[in-house]
Design a protein around this ligand. Sequence first.
Ligand code: TMP
Length: 215
Amino acid sequence: MKQGYFITFEGPDGSGKTTISTLVFNKLKEHGYRAIYTREPGGSSIAEQIRQIILDPQNIEMDKKTEALLYAASRRQHLVEKILPHLQDGDIVISDRFVDSSLAYQGVGREIGLQEVWDINMFAIEGRVPDLTIFLDIDPELGLARINNRSFKDRLDQESLEFHKKVFSGYQQIKEKYQERMVIFDATQTIEELTSEVYDTIINWIATKESHDMD
Ligand code: TMP
């Protein structure tokens, strides 16, 4: 059977990723595409348990390398338990975040280094990078202002503007480095505009892929 497509959504906190990815996923289902929706950190029972530990605002003493390893561990479990089986079944897998988040947040935000974070993640994902990444771009000040009125802020949401600016600069490097699989959108557009643009991009990308596969 033909493998499915692995599509990730990335962007800083407050970029609207979860809202847009959910709406796009629903639209794909309405149009008859076989798709599943998942997220990181989490996406499977064990990975969700690791998520609780990572994001618990009380875990202030967590070392940055422990944090990076926990994200990679949760990613490994999510990949083998959920992502790969669905891709094997030919489904489109939509994931709210994946490895690029670790590169931006731990690699650059926490200053562990892009290469170091890439290396531990390669151990976890064995080269299974996304086929297509939808990147929602937003200035960190604006992103943080959007999440400021959330009733619950996780451990990373509570980080300083300075940290979020570093994450933003990390994402700018990643966008350059992995241009071949990234499509960038201005996240300040309306929800309707973004949903429709992202949806059209995905179905056109799939159509192109499938026409090449027939060649
Ligand atoms: P979420 O707000 O998209 O659910 O993600 C939770 C937080 O975890 C968010 O602040 C981004 C952060 N994160 C990382 O720092 N590294 C990662 O690898 C992932 C997947 C998320």
